[in-house]
Design a protein around this ligand. Sequence first.
Ligand code: SAJ
Length: 418
Amino acid sequence: PRVSVIGLGYIGLPTAAIIARAGMPVTGTDVSQNVVDTINRGEIHIEEVDLDGLVQGVVQRGLLKASLDIAPADVFVIAVPTPFLKDGQHTPDDSYVLEAARHVSKVLKPGDTVILESTSPVGTTEKMRDLIAEMRTDLAMPGLTSGTPDISIAYCPERVLPGRILEELTNNDRSIGGITPRCARKALAFYKRFVRGTCVTTDSRSAEMTKLVENAYRDVNIAFANELSMVADAMDMDVWEVIRLANRHPRVNILQPGPGVGGHCIAVDPWFIVHGAPEQAQMIRTARQVNDAKIHHVIAEASELVEANPDVSVACLGLAFKANIDDFRESPARLVAASLARRFGDQIHVVEPYAAELPLEFEGTGASGIDIDTALEDCGILIVLVDHDVFKSVPLAERADKIVYDTRGIWPDQPKGR
Ligand code: SAJ
């Protein structure tokens, strides 16, 4: 089949490349001319392990090309963002998905399959179907007609971890939710061509909810660890020691506290559940609040430390939203460092080996970017915000005399009270 992938971001581009690698001709569509041009040159606009070589290869072989317009195809895969509305209520914004569906509907022909991959509130796939039905009264839609529909529509979320996207796109199991069982089987046949993991079929609402539940599960578990860390601070205890010991129990596996939860999935998706059932989703909402509160807890503790040592240079270690990646979107580390920079100016230095320069919000604060060697030589206070391997590997001898605030617990051998 010919495939059209709509949205060439962190999920869409690797997905398009993997489908092309499996031998299917793919047209990728994006609203950005720059993204389209970059990909057509065989280059990429995002960082992801091994993605550059893969995209270069499939573009050179003529299997992947990018375009501003949606071309006719047999299978359409929608992978556009689903952010919040700017209403302060965490209301999901499905307008990108619906806009993509509107464009797809214009080129649909009988026999086509439309698959939504974007993380979406429950019911979005049916909403998309209704919109396509309105746009194309000449086509029979699944679930709205008694006979065989002309179009198959399914929801199939990705569940890949940034930094391991290509591997996980191929090997992870997938849930495939059809508007009808026939739609699910149609989508299943497509995914089987390039997915090695097990593909399980279900209905579209269950597949939508499954994606949200997976990330809410992780958020709730991280919130437990973050709450423990704040409890431990209040009780003057070492949370890392307690978690290490508790995890020796065969049925206990507590996650790691940090400066809060970042990224564009785990800190977002649980709100889609809360929005769907605000009365019932008590713990899911509270977990979000606990993880957000942890950011402010870290800012308060770090500020107190810096204020008590006005003549000591400070190094904030890390800006990324998690270890060993160059993704700074929705990063608690970045919020903490920027807040310290605004308050303490040139007393603050930032070490981020994955960034060429500091983000815009640091401009005019007086804070500066330095490398890890300079930080270890010149700074008396180290605030660990990201557990990058380069930070983990700093030996005790190089930091034993420093004042350390380690929000990730990467240096268990650091002398206490420093
Ligand atoms: N974090 C902690 N402590 C931990 C684990 C994570 O503080 O013990 C923090 C990280 O530092 C980071 C945030 O949580 O700020 C999220 O990181 P992550 O590695 O848990 O997840 P993401 O956002 O990179 O990817 C998640 C994954 N979901 C799950 O593991 C359930 C991934 O499989 C999803 O595909 C992805 O969200 C997505 O796109 O939804």
